[in-house]
Design a protein around this ligand. Structure first.
Ligand SMILES: Nc1ncnc2c1ncn2[C@@H]1O[C@H](COP(=O)(O)OP(=O)(O)OP(=O)(O)O)[C@@H](O)[C@H]1O
Ligand SMILES: [Mg+2]
Length: 521
């Protein structure tokens, strides 16, 4: 039995809510949502199942869970998110869901008891699941509380005609629309228990297709799957040089990768070349210390950032301390286009959770400046809380006029500009010069070959290994001295060497052929 299977079996018993015990305290109610956010919720705020799912996982993180288990396979007819966090009481549930208008998480603190900076701040992440399913069941018990909450939210009501759901006559400030119903009960539970299990039921067809992806072990239309793999095996798949995009995996795997990119899980084993790894150790350490593990159908999910660059790379740290915001991170540049393409661009994290995914537009960087090299860089920056003010409700976009954004943007652009120049110098100018010189050397060797075939001996001119040194005074003097002592054919050899340094490959080829022709006359 695989990890995934044993995990799935363990859950089967608890999946169906049985009838309440006779001493259970029943309750029910209506969920209303502030008009401020109602439009966002009904307009598909979260553009993919992964975006909804990551909200639930970040909630587990905020609840100080060390371990979250997500079960999707085999059919995704229901999805389970189970954590060992602090849990939720009925009172907390009712307070939040009777009037969804804001998050109360940060009312008294901005960190969890274990010291994690809280990700939640808006108060809509949990009901975002209405985009995935018609019903959500929550089973939760909180440490120190002798009760277990079991409640079902019916989202189907949300799809009804809005006029029937208008609750504005209630006179509630800003609370406008009914978004669903809930019913449940509280039963007794040992005080020491603490966990939350969320069951998403009646998953919509479109979400289900994405969640399921390929059937187990089967490649659909040539697409590979990450189902059931260890972190090392996932890395092996992600580092394949011919992997151009995550879309080469099935949708199941893409969802897993998107979730892993967003939530505060650890980096993958050997995610970045060894020679630069120690320079990002502080970022690694921070997520290691948060001690947060996500099992997705048994797979220990890591950040899908896997950077490989056998043809050459460099890393620049980014460190910015401005008036309105501070941030730190790294810019990783490699020779040639960075693949998979999902890692090309800038990833911003606030409170360890990502804002959207990699931004290939680099916060609106000039599209023309060193365009070629913009595709060679992957950067990640962790900004301080002040950037959170600039975060829109969708948690995917930042307000571009916010002072923290404006300041960070300028700093990022400055650094990117430098990195692009460096990439051009290091990987391109020097490389292309090397290429030109080596082509020229091939040509000169051909001339020697042709000449010797015809019994003409040309002098072998000692070659300088140092590129670009042809114009240095020492060498010039040495050439002049050598020319004085040389025969005519030796001077021809020198001429070839000079041509090799000075001419474009095309011009050189012409020159070398003409020279050979002249010698052979
Ligand atoms: N896994 C969980 N464990 C314990 N409590 C939870 C869990 N998930 C949700 N909650 C409770 O439900 C509330 C609502 O969660 P929701 O994600 O909607 O809002 P939020 O996290 O406060 O803000 P945001 O919308 O920014 O995520 C949380 O504030 C928290 O009290
Ligand atoms: Mg949340």
């Amino acid at each position: 039995m695989t990890d995934a299977e044993s995990l799935a079996n363990g859950f089967v018993d608890s999946i169906d809510l049985e009838a309440p015990p006779s001493d259970a305290e029943l309750f029910d109610g209506e969920i209303t949502v502030a008009s401020r956010i109602v439009d966002f919720l009904s307009s598909g705020l979260y553009e993919s199942p992964a975006a909804c799912l990551k909200e639930l996982i970040n909630n587990s993180y905020d609840a100080d869970a060390k371990k979250v288990e997500v079960l999707v396979k085999p059919e995704a007819d229901q999805i389970v998110i189970s954590d060992d966090g602090i849990g939720l009481t009925r009172d907390e549930f009712v307070t939040h869901f009777k009037r969804v208008s804001e998050s109360h998480k940060r009312d008294h603190r901005s960190k969890t008891p274990s010291g994690r900076p809280l990700v939640g701040r808006i108060g809509i992440g949990l009901i975002a699941a209405n985009e995935l399913c018609d019903a959500m069941e929550i089973t939760s018990t909180k440490k120190g509380h002798p009760e277990k909450l079991r409640v079902t939210i019916n989202f189907a009501a949300m799809r009804e005609d809005p006029t029937g759901r208008d609750r504005r006559e209630n006179g509630d400030d800003g609370i406008a629309f009914k978004k669903g119903d809930f019913e449940g009960w509280v039963e007794t539970a040992p005080k020491s228990h603490h966990y939350t299990r969320i069951f998403l039921r009646r998953i919509t067809d479109s979400a289900r297709k994405i969640f399921v992806g390929a059937p187990r072990g089967v490649m659909t239309a040539g697409r590979d799957s990450l189902y059931g793999l260890s972190p090392d095996s996932v890395v092996k798949k992600l580092e394949k040089p011919n992997l151009r995009s995550w879309s080469e995996f099935d949708e199941y795997s893409q969802t897993m990768l998107e979730v892993g990119l967003n939530v505060p899980v650890r980096y993958a084993p050997n995610w970045i070349p060894r020679d630069v790894r120690s320079r990002v150790a502080d970022l690694e350490r921070e997520v290691d210390e948060a001690d947060f593990t996500l099992f997705y159908d048994g797979t220990d999910v890591r950040k899908p950032t896997v950077l490989r660059a056998p043809e050459g790379h460099f890393l620049r740290r980014f460190s910015f301390d401005g008036e309105a915001v501070s941030a730190r991170g790294y810019f990783f540049a490699k020779r040639k286009v960075l693949h998979p393409q999902e890692l090309n661009g800038l990833l911003i994290r606030i409170r360890r959770a990502a804002v959207a995914d990699y931004d290939g537009g680099w916060m609106d960087f000039s599209a023309t400046e060193n365009r070629l090299f913009q595709d060679w860089v992957s950067a990640e920056i962790w900004a301080d809380d002040r950037l959170e003010d600039a975060l829109n409700i969708d948690r995917r976009t930042l307000r571009v006029t916010h002072p923290a954004y404006v300041e960070l943007q300028a700093a990022v652009h400055e650094q990117l500009s430098d990195v692009l120049k460096e990439a051009r110098d290091l990987f391109y100018t020097q490389r292309s010069k090397t290429r030109r010189v080596s082509q020229a050397r091939e040509q000169i060797d051909r001339v020697h070959e042709i000449a010797s075939d015809h019994g003409v001996r040309l002098p072998r001119v000692q070659r300088s290994n140092q590129l670009g040194s042809g114009s240095e005074p020492d060498e010039k003097r040495a050439i002049r001295r050598a020319v004085a002592k040389m025969t005519v054919s030796e001077v021809y050899g020198i001429a070839l060497e000079v041509a090799q340094e000075e001419l474009s490959p095309k011009q050189y080829q012409k020159f070398a052929s003409a020279l050979a022709a002249r010698l052979l006359k």
